[in-house]
Design a protein around this ligand. Sequence first.
Ligand code: FES
Ligand SMILES: [Fe+2]
Length: 437
Amino acid sequence: MTDITDLVDIENGQLNGQIFHDQAIYEMELEKVWRRAWCMLAHDSMIPKKGNFIQNFIGEDPVLVVRQKDGGVKAFLNQCRHRGMRICRFDKGTAKAFTCSFHGWSYDLEGKLVQVPHQEAAYPESFDRADHSAVAVPRIEYYKGFWFGTWDEDAPPFEEYLGSAKYYLDGYIDRWDEGMEAVAFHRWVLPNNWKYMAEQPTSDMQHSEITHVSAASVLNKASDAADRTLRGKEPKGRQFFSDYGHGGAWFGLKGAEVPNTGKAMQKWESEPEVAAMVERRLGDNREVRGHLNIWPTFMVLGNYTIRVTHPRGPHEQEVWAWTFVPKEAPEEIRDSIRKDVLRTFTPGGMFEADDALNWEEMQQVLRGKVARDSGFSYQMIGAPIEWDAECYPGGSSAHVFSDNAALNMYSNYLDMMTSDSWDELKAKRAEHRMGAN
Ligand code: FES
Ligand SMILES: [Fe+2]
């Protein structure tokens, strides 16, 4: 395998196509990225009652995420310790225990092995069920309605991992007193590398003025970006990024007229008491909605599709997308948000179809050996990087169109791929802080 450091050239803004194609690199990602990063496991509204569970994934590893009797959440590998069968074959449900459908080993809600058929008659006394619990996700943390997990015991606490992305994430998920809930779910498989999708909400707002111009005009969405471009004007907006690869961008600025969310949400949030609630909770955060990605693939889009994408080999990804609505919003607002997401960012949604076409074509071109060895440009870095500017924690640039956040994402990716521990990774990230050296 080619050395990964030859494929990711942050200094010159060049990436080699192999990182989106090569099987050996993908295997390394499973070990170095997915086994180390914090990943979203569930939201409270997906498993509200004791015994509720969903099957989710950390990378390619299936995990059962289960609401415990004490109200907490635990997660464990959905793999039977007997012969490796998937313990639970349902995507979600309610259980008192999980019994493997191969030979009948049973696990409790924490993943402890509690029953083995014929144990007394057919197993030696030395056989101890306690040695065969399902593999636990060792670190789980709760953050504002969401449960996150990592396989790496040495990972920093989740809030430290978020870093300055916390400010922007809060702008989406911490706006309303009663919180939010998932009301719809779509999942689909795309024939392309997972990083294509991760990169987009992290950094690439510029494609929207070209890729999505037809859909935007049909949907009567703000096609201002394209209009401005045709008039030779630059859009207002900003992009941010933080140390561990997170990033986001949005059109407009605080208090600007250019909306980042659907019309229904804007209408509801413009009601005086709702506006006051949002301002009380967030202060300056309130207008910084657009697109956001918490590395590797926890994505939040301004119209409240919140999603993860699971890697499925170098050439495939499986997208899991939930529509979230404010719990306390009136039903017509909630319904309108749900329909807006349905029209735009679901498998049949118009923006989603636009994006999927690009990624599929990019992946297919990479079948060619010459294509695979060519380089891709990440050189749109004209906007200067500011660190911890007023109202904008983290690194940010005062232009919504920039590759800074993408480069930061791939810089973090390279550091993860070349580090053997979180300590090593932390040291590299401090050294490689974009725009600070
Ligand atoms: S594989 Fe699960 S009981 Fe045998
Ligand atoms: Fe897009």
